[in-house]
Design a protein around this ligand. Structure first.
Ligand code: KIV
Ligand code: ZN
Length: 512
């Protein structure tokens, strides 16, 4: 019998720490449902003390998810731990994840604590968490740069205090696979009570080694990997779930453990996270990139046609390629629409949101005869954004492009309930549209990124536009989709502006 490798997904917590990737409660619920459907073992739903919104999101995930364990992050502070426990109360199965830095630089510069104090605080935090649940995880933050003897001392103490999982983070992505693997093996060999806890790893990708380091750890005895969909996460991101899971599954000859994931959901989860966060997936990204299973060169195609195994080490369908079914058309009714959304884990809290989404679906089905799951996901994101209590709403847009003429746009917005109209010229219709919007909003935001992707294939496909803007150092993303990309661009820009102009008061777990 193979050992079980626990998959701990932190897309909703560490993933959300990527600048611009913040998600609403509804968006987090959709992702949590998709992760549960994929049979992820533990879903880290957020950092409840960070803000009332974060608390509500973790609570809502705890209410929704039945089969996965729902986890909340807490610093090693009583108030954080109690808040996390409160948010997790509705969960069928919950875990509190508490952490404290153990590297010399973090203890000295950030915590301003002596090593003895760190041990004392860590033990106290784990005991406090154990008063709420049996399922407690402790992370010595920046373990990858901590002193080995001290790390052993902390781990022994927290396991004694009742931690059931000890997670070794390479917080700054500094480690190399061979050494990180050895470190995990040595920790398991040297911590006297290591058999009382699951050893986990949490690797960041600053040197592009997050997946390599995680897998080296697994080869040396780690039995939980913390990862995110598409490798989203703080700075260069975390280990990509899809790469970890598929490597272990594909190389069963090497690994003595396996996950219980239903890998056929991987592509769907990847698309969903990309659509919601506005972080596109590069075409050559392993497993989930558009080219990951495309065989361009003639020699490869010939080989694959004769026998797939000549060039394919995995089957595209095993990770969910081809699962983007054409589901609905222009004659589909409201019930069929609602049922398919429910199958995708999308439930509208308000009837008016469902009605608005159905109206947009009818409009889309008129323009584009075949509506796919990915179209539905984009449409739902748009509807939720549009029905939110936003300052700025798009009323109408007219963009003109003519050979030999300067492109121009005329746009009407509703700003705090008052209709305003403006027109502008630009280098192209999108530029003109953004200028017209800015002439009314005067946001002072700087455009950092503008990108367009097609959601499905074909010229009638919807374009999905991502806009990233910077408002005095705060970075937000906006998304918009439409069969007309100028319209999609306007929607994306307005969505980003609405986020940027809403004050955010939210703590970052590792920067306090
Ligand atoms: O990277 C890190 O160290 C973390 C901890 C909170 C586990 O995200
Ligand atoms: Zn992290």
């Amino acid at each position: 019998m193979q050992d079980k490798l626990t998959i701990f997904d932190t897309t909703l917590r560490d993933g959300e720490q990527s600048p611009g990737a913040s998600m609403t409660k509804d968006e987090k619920l959709r992702i949590a449902k998709a992760l549960e459907n994929m049979k992820v073992d533990v879903i880290e739903a957020g950092f409840p003390i960070a803000s009332p919104g974060d608390f509500e999101s973790v609570k809502a995930v705890a209410e929704l998810v039945k089969d996965s364990t729902v986890c909340g992050l807490a610093r090693a502070l009583d108030k954080d731990i109690d808040r996390a426990a409160e948010a997790l109360k509705p969960a069928n199965s919950s875990r509190i994840h508490t952490f404290l830095a153990t590297s010399p630089i973090h203890m000295r510069e950030k915590l301003r604590m002596e090593p003895d104090q760190v041990v004392e605080h860590a033990v106290k935090a784990v005991k406090r968490a154990r008063n709420h649940t049996d399922n407690v995880e402790f992370s010595p933050e920046d373990a990858g740069r901590s002193e080995f003897e001290f790390l052993c001392r902390v781990l022994e103490a927290v396991i004694d205090a009742g931690a059931k999982t000890v997670n070794i983070p390479d917080t700054v992505g500094y480690n190399l696979p061979q050494y990180f693997g050895e470190l995990i093996g040595r920790l398991i060999g040297n911590v006297p009570n290591s058999d009382k806890a699951v050893f986990s790893v949490h690797c960041h990708n600053d040197l592009g080694l997050a997946v390599g380091n995680s897998l080296a750890a697994v080869l040396n005895g780690a039995r939980q990997v913390e990862c995110t969909i598409n490798g989203l996460g703080e700075r260069a991101g975390n280990a990509a779930l899809e790469e970890v899971v598929m490597t272990v599954r594909t190389r069963r000859d090497v690994f003595t453990c396996d996950t219980e994931l239903d890998t056929s959901h991987i592509v769907h989860c990847s698309r969903l996270v990309s659509t919601i966060t506005g972080f596109p997936v590069q075409p050559n990204k392993a497993i989930v990139g558009a080219n990951a299973f495309a065989h361009e060169s003639g020699i490869h195609q010939d080989g694959v046609l004769k026998s797939r195994e000549t060039y394919e080490i995995m089957r595209a369908e095993d990770v969910g390629w081809n699962a983007n079914r054409m589901v609905l058309g222009k004659h589909s009714g409201r019930n069929a629409f609602k049922t398919r959304l429910e199958e995708l884990g999308i439930h509208f809290e308000k009837e008016e949101e469902l009605n608005a989404a159905f109206a947009s679906f009818k409009e889309l089905a008129d323009k584009k005869h075949e509506v796919y799951d990915d179209d539905l996901q984009a449409l739902v994101s748009d509807t939720i954004q549009e029905t939110a209590a936003d300052h700025i709403k798009l009323v109408s847009l007219r963009a003109l492009v003519e050979t030999g003429e300067t492109p121009s746009a005329e746009i009407t917005l509703s700003i705090d309930g008052e209709e305003k109209k403006a027109s502008a010229e630009g280098g192209g219709p999108v530029d003109a549209t953004f200028k017209a919007i800015e002439s009314m909003v005067n946001s002072g935001c700087e455009l950092q990124l503008y990108s367009v992707n097609n959601i499905t294939t074909g010229t009638d496909s919807q374009g999905e536009v991502t806009v990233r803007i910077d408002k005095a150092g705060r970075i937000v993303n906006g998304l918009g989709s439409d069969t007309d990309i100028v319209m999609a661009s306007a929607k994306a820009y307005i969505s980003a502006l609405n986020k940027a102009l809403t004050p955010e008061d939210r703590a970052h777990p590792q920067r306090l």
